[in-house]
Design a protein around this ligand. Sequence first.
Ligand code: GRF
Length: 196
Amino acid sequence: MAQRKIKLAVFLSGRGSNAQALIDACKNPDFPAEIVLVLSNIPNAGGLERAQDAGIPTATVDHKLFKGDKAAFEGAIQEVLSSYDIDLICLAGFMRLLSAEFLTQWPEQVINIHPSLLPDYKGLHTHERAIADGRNHGGCTVHYVVPEMDAGEIIVQKSVPILDGDTPQTLAARVLEQEHIAYPQALRIMADKILR
Ligand code: GRF
């Protein structure tokens, strides 16, 4: 009998290279997850096109239409999600913070990828800050999402060297390659847990 797969909603705000890595991983029949929805808060985000090209349903919930009313924005997201049977929400470059109220509805069911070795360099401009501090390693972390930003339990972490002459861009590119490996690995771990 075919193994059950966990059903994912991927949230993004931009180009969607991590979403693409997940789309590609899910093409493997042995991969224990499938993407049932890609949702963006930014109309025309590049990641939406990637999903459409892969035949995955997409939705846009534009936060700007809610004029700062976060509860209404998140309510609209919940409304979209309610049409799907979702096991796990994967944030992949989703540039909105989800509230405690939202996260309570999805206990241990929201994960994120962050471009640093957490708990170092939470927030933005991670590569710039790591280089400025003279660090010799950077990396990425897949972690559970909790109300405090970039603070949830770590699922997978990958480290890369920071080389002499690195710029935030060259380091970002080296880290991104590892992100694309780390996120599918984290999903295998999550699927094991959820399907057990
Ligand atoms: C990645 O670096 C991810 O770690 C961060 O946002 C970026 C998204 O990139 N959270 P992409 O849209 O997946 O290419």
